[in-house]
Write a protein that binds this ligand. Structure first.
Ligand code: HEC
Length: 121
């Protein structure tokens, strides 16, 4: 009886940090990312420019009519602007980096569009 209690206690001690770690991964490590300039998020010109970039480049994989399974459906409710900007800038697995193809301003604009209420997916 005593040894069983000990095994349970060990299991809890080992698993609790693992669970906490996996949970924290859901929204990337936003803490380490540089802060996104908040004024861009509400700038109508940036949102409009971002919309155009999205239609030109991102829609092919992330748009409503994209081939199923090509890329995840974007779900801004789960994102922070820092996360979106990081994915566009640095890429991640099947997502290419757009650091060279788009200027910093263009990457900020497309982030602002995705985070705006104009974005639907
Ligand atoms: C050639 C197809 C393709 C294009 C074009 C593309 N993406 Fe992606 N994107 C992907 C794939 C595939 C992933 C999933 C990567 C992974 O997590 O393995 C992804 C992931 C993302 C994510 C993270 C989604 C999540 O929920 O984890 C964001 C944000 C994103 N892309 C934004 C963009 C933006 C903005 C553009 C346009 C500048 C763009 N993507 C262009 C294929 C594409």
């Amino acid at each position: 009886m005593k040894s069983m209690f000990n095994r349970t206690a060990v299991a809890i001690l080992v698993c609790a940090p693992l669970v906490a770690f996996t949970g924290a991964q859901a929204l990337a490590d936003d803490g380490d990312l540089p802060p996104f300039p908040k004024d861009v998020l509400t700038d109508p010109a940036a949102i409009k420019a971002g919309h155009e970039t999205f239609d030109k480049i991102c829609k092919f994989c992330h748009g409503k009519s994209a081939y199923p399974g090509k890329a995840p459906k974007l779900n801004p409710k789960r994102y922070t602007p820092e996360f979106v900007f990081d994915r566009v800038t640095n890429g991640f697995r099947g997502m290419a980096s757009y650091k060279e193809a788009l200027s910093e301003q263009e990457r900020q604009a497309v982030t602002a569009f995705i985070m705006s209420k104009e974005f639907s997916n």
